[in-house]
Design a protein. Structure first.
Length: 234
């Protein structure tokens, strides 16, 4: 037969055990709810952003659109008279077939507006409506002055934002690539009309930057130098 004191202890013990069970259930619910959120955040941080590799390749992933933009150059140093090979690609990171609308290309160093027809003399490939990859290169010297890369007059170009260039269709995991060999720049007598009487000359010794853009506001930069050839006169 239980005494009043033993009954009281039994009641208190039961209440404590019930409280522990309830608290444990609440703690389990909170942990199981927060864990996926934490994992998703970590994955996003690892996947997105800009990653460079040994000075000759750089990539940027637009996680919102699922597109990866990559720029590479043949070498970080070439001799005077040699060519530099520039390659950039855009990869559809999604397994689905889709059409992605263009936004607007970012302005480039030196105030160069890629949507302006006049920019055609600075951009490679020549900005026509049928470029293999929706993006362009510009090359700058150490004074951040864009170098003339072609002598195509504005009337023969349509730019990134021109007709037929408002969207791009991707197949599943498609990668599109454009490769260009750059051996020189144009020199002109009339800077206001750089497509008139332009003369192609080899790249002079010095430091250069290649800037590539795509119409989804991604911009990539790589540097290379041109060294003087051994038979150059002093």
């Amino acid at each position: 037969m239980q005494t009043p004191a033993s009954k009281h202890r039994a009641i208190v013990l039961t209440v404590v055990l019930v409280a522990i069970v309830i608290a444990g259930g609440i703690a389990y619910i909170i942990v199981s709810h927060q864990q996926p959120v934490s994992s998703s955040s970590t994955s996003s941080t690892i996947t997105c952003g800009t990653v460079s590799s040994n000075g000759t390749e750089v990539s940027s992933t637009n996680c919102q659109l699922g597109l990866t933009f990559t720029l590479s150059i043949k070498s970080a140093a070439i001799a005077e008279g040699e060519n530099e090979t520039l390659t950039f690609s855009i990869r559809n990171d999604q397994t689905s077939v889709r059409t992605v609308n263009f936004t607007s290309p970012p302005n480039m160093p030196g105030g160069l507006n890629p949507s302006s027809p006049e920019s055609s003399v600075y951009l490679l490939p020549t900005p026509t409506c049928v470029a293999n990859v929706p993006g362009y290169f510009a090359t700058y010297n150490s004074s951040v002055i864009a170098q003339e890369l072609n002598n195509t007059p504005p009337s023969e170009t349509c730019g990134i934002s021109g007709p037929g260039a408002s969207q791009y269709h991707f197949t599943s995991l498609q990668r599109i690539t454009q490769t260009i060999t750059l051996g020189g720049v144009f020199r002109v007598s009339d800077p206001s009309q750089p497509w008139i009487n332009a003369t192609l000359v080899p790249l002079a010794p010095g430091q250069y930057s290649v800037v590539a853009i795509d119409p989804w506001s991604q911009s990539l930069t790589l540097d290379f130098i041109v060294t003087a050839s051994s038979d150059s006169s002093s």
